[in-house]
Design a binder for this molecule. Structure first.
Ligand code: SF4
Length: 311
């Protein structure tokens, strides 16, 4: 049974968003890395990047709407030439800014003062670290990634991120290194805190667990290894109705690098924009319409509702 049929069975359709707490903006698909699980299929050769005019439209929405949190993603959002301008402006407007970082970006050319900039702007960092072991990280994200990630976390700690500061939050993201569901968030957070603290003296605020979505490079991997159907069965049978209130599309709106409007970053990658009766581009943004929009679902959504859900 598909995701829409499952929701119908539970009498949950039509399912609407319940506000827009977060404007999630994808600044482009370019990245200094090419991780195996990347749902964006990001990489150094990708040319899709948000233009300055679209960035101005994002700022106009922040000015005019009640949205108080900006969530920057990519690719590596730091590679956008408008990254710092957008953050500075959003902060001046009183917005909280979150940046999804791969950590290794701190060591790219031209990024020498990036960590300092993030500290001054009091940005919340959400950093991918799929394991606290070297082999677990390097297998999925490329050689040397673990070493660089540890180095980056130490730099961020020295600047005050992840040290129980109220303004400099550092959260990590765990996702499984294969076709299985993540363990309970609280248990693995404790494991991470013990391992990173004990081995490297690193501290952080929260660990979020994400399910690997059956899209992008991970989907290709599943198909290549004949594991796609089995993984989908695993996600389907782990459907948890209790997760539906918290799924992120009910609380955020996603903007693509070209200004198109989506229910979430996963739908963006699936080429599924918001339904046709809602504004399709950020230039036509209407808060009242979009905050109560009917959400578009597909079978990949089982990834958000499996087990304890993806936060
Ligand atoms: S993948 Fe589906 S359930 Fe998950 S946030 Fe996007 S639309 Fe919502």
């Amino acid at each position: 049974m598909g995701f829409n049929e499952t929701l119908r069975d539970f009498r949950l359709l039509p399912l609407k968003s319940i506000g827009i707490e977060i404007l999630q903006v994808n600044l482009g698909y370019r990245c200094n890395m090419a991780c195996k699980h990347c749902h964006v299929q990001a990489g150094s050769a990708r040319e899709e990047m948000m233009a300055r005019g679209t960035v101005e439209q994002v700022i106009a929405v922040l000015k005019e709407s009640r949205i108080k949190t900006l969530d920057l993603t990519g690719g590596a959002p730091e590679l956008s030439p408008h990254f710092r301008y957008l953050i500075r402006t959003a902060r001046e407007l009183g917005c909280h800014v979150m940046v999804r970082s791969n950590l290794t970006i701190l060591f790219e050319e031209g990024m020498e003062d990036l960590a300092d900039f993030l500290r001054q702007a009091e940005v919340e960092i959400i950093a991918s670290l799929p394991s606290y072991r070297e082999d677990g990280v390097d297998r999925v994200r490329g050689k040397e990634t673990f070493r660089k990630s540890i180095q980056a976390l130490k730099i961020l700690n020295r600047l005050g991120f992840g040290t129980h500061s109220t303004t400099l939050k550092l959260n990590l993201v765990y996702n499984p290194q294969g076709a299985f569901l993540p363990p309970a968030q609280s248990a693995i957070e404790e494991e991470y805190k013990r391992a990173l603290g004990g081995n490297f003296g690193i501290t952080f605020d929260r660990l979020y667990t994400f399910v690997n979505m059956p899209i992008g490079r991970f989907r290709e991997f599943l198909i290549r290894t004949n594991a796609f159907e089995k993984y989908m069965e695993r996600l389907t049978s782990a459907f948890n109705r209790e997760t539906i209130n918290g799924i992120m599309c009910r609380h955020l709106l996603n903007i693509g690098w070209d200004g198109r409007v989506y229910d979430c970053d996963f739908n963006q990658m699936m080429g599924l924009p918001v339904q046709r009766n809602y504004p399709q581009h950020i230039k036509d943004f209407e808060y009242e319409l979009l905050q109560r929009r009917e959400i578009t679902f597909g079978d990949h959504c089982f990834g958000c509702s499996a087990g304890q859900g993806s936060t």
